[in-house]
Design a protein around this ligand. Structure first.
Ligand code: TMP
Length: 251
């Protein structure tokens, strides 16, 4: 195997140098973490499924004009992406109360929110990704006001599109987290969608039973994590024949 230069290793993905300037290879690991990596496991095949689901979603978002870093999938676990300067924020969009907003505001999980709500978290594992406001973001120069506006507009378009996409296959998009990056063109920079969109970064509930089909199955020890991710892929029409191929660490 050729050794490629590792640029960055995160909890669920590795970034390697790409074949040409301005590109990177994003490798999806099977590692799962929760609660800021206090809980860890290896979920055989997760990386393969998330690579495919994220490819599918990013390709479709690109087609409706939500520019993103995805170029093409290379193999089971890797995709070619545009190199970006990551904005150090996690942008969360919520449609239904669940997770931290339910705890923080005393809401009942499953309660529809009065409207879609966007939240920002500062990406810093040591601090546990604290929630921040636009005031913090501009004061500390994590992003400019125009960039915040662009990220919010894109986040809402992603929410509208994905709510419909998942709704069409009997899945409710409860909430999700996305990340953005800057690409430079001369003196100008532009914000594009980056990272991944997968059951690791969304809450997805079966529309009829409310069964969880996302990473909460791991966070809350509900079991059948891979089966649920596979079900999401299957409903999206992505992986007709699943597993067998996901065994054995092909990359
Ligand atoms: P939360 O309710 O825990 O704040 O999560 C909101 C959404 O963001 C949910 O879809 C899960 C996703 N998320 C991540 O992708 N990464 C994270 O580190 C956290 C905390 C949440």
């Amino acid at each position: 195997m050729t050794r490629r230069k590792k640029i960055y290793e995160g909890k669920a993905k590795i970034l390697y140098e790409g074949p040409e300037p301005g590109t990177l290879i994003q490798y999806f690991k099977d590692d799962a973490t929760a609660f800021n990596a206090q809980k860890k496991a290896v979920l055989e095949g997760k990386g393969v499924i998330n690579n495919r689901i994220s490819e599918y979603i990013m390709t479709r978002l690109n087609a409706i004009g939500v520019q993103n870093h995805f170029i093409r999938r290379l193999n089971l676990r890797e995709q070619l992406i545009k190199e970006v300067e990551i904005v150090p924020l996690e942008v969360v969009v919520r449609n239904i109360a669940a997770g931290s907003i339910a705890t923080r505001l005393g809401l009942t999980e499953g309660q529809p929110l009065p409207r879609s709500i966007i939240e920002f978290y500062y990406k810093d594992d040591k601090l546990g990704d604290p929630m921040v406001s636009e005031e913090h973001i501009t004061a500390f120069n994590w992003a400019a006001t125009q960039e915040i506006d662009d990220m919010m507009a894109m986040a809402l378009r992603v929410n509208d599109y994905l709510s419909g996409l998942f709704g069409g296959v009997g899945i409710t998009l409860v909430d999700f987290k996305i990340e953005f990056g800057r690409v430079y063109e001369g003196d100008f920079s532009r914000i594009i969608l980056a990272d991944e969109i997968s059951p690791d970064s969304c809450r997805l509930w079966d529309s009829t039973t409310n069964e969880k089909l996302d990473k909460d199955r791991f966070r809350r020890d509900l079991g059948n994590v891979i089966e649920s991710y596979t079900e999401v892929a299957r409903r999206l029409g992505i992986m007709k024949e699943m597993p067998t191929v996901i065994q054995g660490g092909v990359h």
